[in-house]
Design a protein around this ligand. Structure first.
Ligand SMILES: NC(=O)c1ccc[n+]([C@@H]2O[C@H](COP(=O)([O-])OP(=O)(O)OC[C@H]3O[C@@H](n4cnc5c(N)ncnc54)[C@H](O)[C@@H]3O)[C@@H](O)[C@H]2O)c1
Length: 255
């Protein structure tokens, strides 16, 4: 399939688990992929894999919490790979502790990465998309935003904020032909989830509990996410905006 032939796609946190799988899938479907990550080595590994597989990708060091870094990376993409057609805000980070055991400095870091970072990215790409009267934005939140999650209070607040922000921007920019939708992963086997398991104290028990409570009987793998993300980014979703889709093996079925 070449649904994204010639399209320039930016994926933040593209060097990570879900981000890397998403970059690879976009490249398979013909996109020119811009792999943004704070960890340049991880981004370069993903871009090199894609190129070795015959795809088109370029790695960029971008700290989404730093507006100058975002502006610089987005301008370089524009000059070298073309205007941004699709933005996937996927970079994220968490610290796993009951709320009363967390410190304000941790809240600030959580908010900077999980909320403000996505705002910087929207602010950097939306004017160009609006001028071209086309664009697709897919934001990666979490089921924690929809139903809460013990040990992730501030992270859940950020992801809930990202959902509300996405719906508002979707309304503001519908007249520009831009859609904004949200994918909420459930527990997915990545570095971030490994930290969560460690934070829970008893990783094996936690895995057993998740496996029992997920109707489809397993935790997610990074490759479970790109299908939903690419759908929202595709022409098939041209009439879909401001929506939230959980990809969690049925763990949550609310509303
Ligand atoms: N894995 C899960 O169980 C799970 C569940 C729900 C939601 N999510 C969300 O999915 C997304 C991807 O997470 P993942 O599980 O693949 O984690 P991951 O740790 O594998 O990847 C996250 C990536 O974000 C990058 N990153 C962190 N801070 C950054 C910054 N300031 N600027 C740029 N890049 C930065 C990291 O370097 C890393 O490559 C995140 O938004 C996460 O909150 C994950």
């Amino acid at each position: 399939m070449t649904r994204f032939a010639g399209k320039t796609v930016v994926v933040t946190g593209g060097g990570g688990g879900i981000g890397g799988a998403t970059c690879r899938r976009f490249a398979k479907e013909g996109a020119k992929v811009a792999v943004f990550d704070l960890n340049l080595e991880a981004a370069e590994r993903v871009a090199a894999d894609i190129r070795a597989d015959g795809g088109t990708a370029q790695a960029y060091r971008c700290d989404i919490t730093d507006r100058a870094s975002v502006d610089n990376a987005v301008a370089t993409v524009h000059d070298t790979q073309g205007p941004v057609d699709v933005l996937v805000n996927n970079a994220g980070w968490d610290v796993f502790k009951p709320f009363t055991k967390t410190e304000p400095a941790q809240w600030e870091k959580l908010i900077a990465i999980n909320l403000t970072g996505a705002l910087h990215m929207h602010h950097a790409v939306l004017p160009g998309m609006a001028a071209r009267k086309t664009g697709r934005i897919v934001n990666i939140a979490s089921d924690a935003a929809r139903v809460g999650s013990s040990g992730e209070a501030v992270y859940a607040a950020c992801k809930g904020g990202l959902v509300a922000f996405s719906k508002t921007v979707a309304r503001e920019h519908a007249r520009h032909g831009i859609t904004v939708n949200v994918v909420c992963p459930g527990p997915t086997d990545t570095a971030l989830f490994a930290d969560y398991k460690e934070g829970a104290g008893n990783p094996e028990k936690l895995m057993e509990a998740f496996t029992r409570s997920i109707p489809l009987g397993r935790i997610g793998q990074p490759d479970d996410l790109p299908g939903a993300i690419l759908f929202f980014a595709s022409e098939d979703a041209a009439f879909v905006t401001g929506q939230v889709l959980s990809v969690s093996g049925g763990l949550t079925m609310n509303g």
